[in-house]
Design a protein around this ligand. Sequence first.
Ligand code: MG
Length: 203
Amino acid sequence: MKLKIDPTEIKGFLAHEEAALLYKMALECAPRGPCLEIGGYCGKSATYIGAACVEADEILFSIDHHRGSEENQPGWEYFDPEVWDEAAGAVDTLPFFRDTIRRAGLEDTVVPVVGRSIDIAKRWHTPLSFLFIDGGHTMEHALNDYRGWTPHLMPGGVLAIHDVFPDPADGGRPPYEIYQRAVASGLFVEEQAVLSLRILRRL
Ligand code: MG
């Protein structure tokens, strides 16, 4: 894996083992078509998935409104004052994302799509080889991401879901619930799991 920047410098919530597995799966999938992630934040996962896309001469679309998830808001557990935009009176992670992608040499590979996942999914028509769901953790957002994006995954494509915590003591339930829903649908089989990352194959 060739990264042009030190990933430990990038803000984010992705462990190295999880990032390495995302890279490996995207490397396998990307020769078949574009990859897409929901929840770009400051570009950590995009750096890894994007590096895999470079190898296949493909594109990673990175969806995020860049205003932060619920837990990134002031007063919440994962609020980072550095990403607060005083003039906007809101979180703004887009400058951090762009800086990461530029420094990683991925400006021709990672395409940021700035907006709400549900609005973009409704109008999307391009089949995807690899889909990484790492967006909002409320049931509403997790379900919208699952329902909105999984129909765009090619047969044989890979669905990766982050923050899957079987034990509620470890974290919120919605990502776990959409993971369970995917398995129960009969459309996906689980292939790998590392920490809170689950890798499912679309049949
Ligand atoms: Mg996450």
